[in-house]
Each structure stands twice: as C-alpha cells, then as structure tokens.
Design a protein around this ligand. Structure first.
Ligand code: C5P
Length: 318
C-alpha cells in the first residue's frame, strides 16, 4: 500500500506527542507452534493506565532518545520497534524525512506489558499525523500487525479478544473499571525465550497444547464489572514457562495474595505480575504492602480499561 512518493522537506512543523498504554492479558491461551514460528493464540487484552509518551519531531538526521527509570535495555538505534514503526509509515506514505523520536518511558521494560509495542503503536499514529500521510485506522492497524503481535492492540486499547498470533482483534464489551497492581521483578524475561520454554515443557511431558479457546465466563465477568467474578477467570498458559525460567515469581505471586489481592497472574510472558484488587482502597493497600515488604522493586497501581494510542499534542491541537 505504498502511496506515490512525495518529497518532504523539513517543514518546521511542531512536534507530535502520542500517549500509548500498557496491556494485561486477562486470559491467554497458547496453542501449538505454527510453521512460521508463532503460536496460535486466544488472548483477552485489557489496556491499563500505565503509559509511555512518544514525541516525533522533524530533524536533520534520524535519532531515538529515551528517558525514564530502568531504561538500560532499551535500544536507541534502528532496531527499536518505534524506529521501525516510523520507517514503515515513511515507506507506506512515500515520505523521505528524518525524525527525532523521543520516548518518555513509564511502562516497565521487558515486563510482559507491551511497552515496546505501545511505543511502536504511538509512533505509527504520531508519524501519520506529523507527515499528514492520511492512513485510516485499518491501514495503521495493518502496519502495526507487521511490526508485532501486540502492536495492533496498543493502537486500539480498551478490551479486545486477539486471535491468530494476537493481532486479529475483536472488541469486547466491559462495564466499569478494574484496579490492578503491577509488581515488576528484578530481571526481565525475553518473550521468545518464554514461548520456547512453553514448547520445551510440552515436549518434555509428551503433551500437545490444546487449541486456544476463549473462556465465556470471562466475558460475562467483564460485562458485569464484577472484580470478584473476573478474578476467578484470570488465566495465563505462559505462566508455567515464566515460572520455570524465573521461579522467584512464585514468591511474588504468593505475597500479593497474602496482602489482599483477589488474584495474581503473570502478565503476558512476564516477569511482571498483575494483581487484581477488589477496589481502589485495597489496590492502594496492596501496592504499599508490596513496596514496604521489598518483594518488588517497581510496584504500580493502575486502572483499566483505557483507550489505546492517542494524540496528546500536535500542531493542530495547540
Ligand atoms: O510478534 P512479536 O514480535 O511481539 O513476538 C515476539 C516473539 O514472541 C516471537 O518472535 C515469537 O518467538 C513469540 N511469539 C509467539 N507466538 C505469538 C506471539 C509471539 O511465539 N503468538
């Protein structure tokens, strides 16, 4: 879908800032590995209020900068997914204009909360706006899907079921807000390593993963807005693999339950643990108790669902 090439000279346009949220998988069912190396999924995504802000500015040369805590592992070159997102929009839009990309990082890095995917989704929207490429929602979603399995959800946010490798989204009805406390573990876990461990554990036990199917009780719980009902349905097929690679996660999960969480679940491929709390008060209590006990170095209280990538500032909105 490359548009006709148009020469874009540095325009002096104002920077565009886009906010993108983290996600938690409320129900992650993982099927067998496909011939393309990905796993067939059924995932219920929920966007949560932890967010990164990505600012794109026309520049003389390409660059990427990051600010925030624990950002050592974030690449600042063309391998960063946000940089690749900008290049993808430039190619589709026929744009030839270097960009300075700045990421204000708030989502834990390598935590299974789709921080990198959120930055990529924000960059797609930011570049489409800055360069006035004119991509519609479905064109942006298709670029997002090429960049990574979680990137389309980070564009839409809210609550959605993801199928395929997670990129085919159908919105889900939900009522009210749910309070989560995210507790990050000391060391990050790589997503491919966790999926590989999932395969290894199945091979070792001589089992084959079930075809991924959605739990209907979860959809009922989301519609009712009942945190207790939702807590009973949280499920992550990757949890065993994440725990196998990082056994300390078990202690973190136990501590959260002891401090009053309704349920705890490894977020995506981990190693962040997402605890669901009954309400705001118990979430605050849980966050304080987890921090005070020293069980986790980064504890964050947040609420979902929230919308996906959206403009915070752009030339037209100043
Ligand atoms: O799509 P994304 O680049 O985010 O995926 C990162 C890695 O996670 C893939 O290379 C693959 O190892 C694993 N993955 C998978 N099945 C999925 C999604 C991701 O095996 N459905």
């Amino acid at each position: 879908m490359t548009r006709s090439l148009r020469a874009v000279r540095p325009t002096g346009k104002a920077p565009v800032t886009v906010r993108a949220c983290a996600k938690v998988n409320l129900d992650l069912r993982v099927g067998a590995r496909r011939p393309d190396g990905y796993h067939e999924l059924s995932s219920v995504f929920l966007g949560v209020g932890l967010h990164d802000d990505v600012t794109v500015t026309p520049a003389k040369r390409w660059s990427l900068t990051v600010e925030g805590k624990h950002i050592d592992a974030v690449p600042t070159d063309e391998t960063n997914l946000a940089w690749r997102a900008a290049v993808a929009v430039a190619e589709v839009g026929g744009v030839d204009e270097p960009l300075a990309i700045h990421i204000a990082k708030n989502i834990p890095v390598a935590g299974g909360m789709a921080g990198g995917s959120a930055d990529a989704a924000a960059t797609v929207l930011g570049c489409n706006t800055l360069w006035e490429v004119g991509l519609d929602r479905s064109e942006m979603l298709s670029i997002c899907a090429r960049l990574g399995s979680d990137v389309p959800f980070c564009l839409t946010g809210g609550v959605a079921v993801g199928r395929g490798r997670g990129e085919q989204l159908v919105p889900v009805l939900s009522h009210g807000s749910f309070h989560f406390v995210f507790a990050a573990s000391e060391t990050g876990l790589s997503t491919p390593a966790v999926y590989a461990e999932y395969d290894r554990l199945h091979e070792a036990s001589g089992t084959r993963p079930d075809d991924p199917t959605l739990n209907p009780d979860l959809l009922v719980a989301l519609r009712s807005g009942d945190a207790y009902a939702l807590a009973r349905t949280l499920h992550n097929d990757l949890e065993g693999a994440a725990l196998s690679l990082h056994p300390q996660l078990g202690e973190l999960m136990e501590a959260g339950i002891e401090f009053g969480a309704l349920a705890g679940i490894v977020s995506g491929s981990g190693p962040t643990v997402a605890f669901l709390a009954a309400d705001q008060e118990s979430a605050l209590h849980l966050a304080i108790a987890l921090t005070a006990s020293g069980t986790s170095r980064q504890v964050r209280h947040t609420v979902g669902p929230v919308q996906g990538a959206h403009l915070v500032t752009s030339a037209g909105r100043r």
